[in-house]
Design a binder for this molecule. Structure first.
Ligand SMILES: [Fe+2]
Length: 185
């Protein structure tokens, strides 16, 4: 399976745009929806829950989706980096979404597999080892957990209906992510 990390932390213009978006999101002071207990939150990102969702049960979320306002310059730069760092082809780029995770929030298992292509997630975590991106490896079927360190991450993975990449997010700190979808020909 394709799961690649891009190293864009040294890219000044990318970082400056992302940090502005992050500041803007933080200033909106999102709260954690108390609908879910901590136990329930952790269950929603568990392997057991994955099985339930694969069987058709809803996954749910307690994070906040932000307005889908595109940032044209950021998109331009990400396209440049995508082309520089991979030899993958695509026909179109669209903003997948922006998500803010307050402390103790989650996005349960899903695949994003409506159209075949690649998703590049730029994600930020406020603290070391307090949040993760968890996914089911499409080659091995094993569930793997990528814990975040403080700072920005750039994760690129393939999505398709034939081999859906199941993934979810848990955060016990402030976490923010912006996804761009590179749609395949
Ligand atoms: Fe996703």
């Amino acid at each position: 399976m394709l799961f690649q990390q891009l190293d864009l932390a040294g890219h000044e213009e990318v970082m400056s745009i992302l940090n502005d978006l992050l500041d803007d999101a933080k200033s909106q002071r999102f709260y954690t929806r108390k609908k879910f207990t901590r136990e329930e939150t952790l269950f929603r990102v568990s392997e057991e829950k994955l099985q339930e969702v694969m069987d058709g049960k809803p996954g749910g979320f307690s994070c906040h989706s932000l307005l889908k306002e595109p940032s044209p310059r950021l998109e331009e730069l990400l396209v440049e980096e995508f082309e520089k760092n991979t030899d993958l082809s695509y026909k179109e780029v669209v903003l997948q979404g922006k998500t803010f995770y307050p402390k103790e929030s989650f996005m349960s298992w899903h695949t994003d597999a409506s159209e075949p292509g690649y998703i590049l997630y730029c994600s930020y975590a406020e603290e070391d080892d307090q949040s993760f991106f968890r996914y089911r490896n499409t080659d091995t079927g094993k569930v793997e957990t990528a814990w975040d360190k403080r700072g920005w991450y750039f994760r690129l993975f393939e999505i398709s209906a034939e081999t859906p990449l199941w993934h979810c997010v848990f955060s016990d700190t402030i976490r923010f992510s912006i996804g761009h979808r590179f749609i395949r020909h």
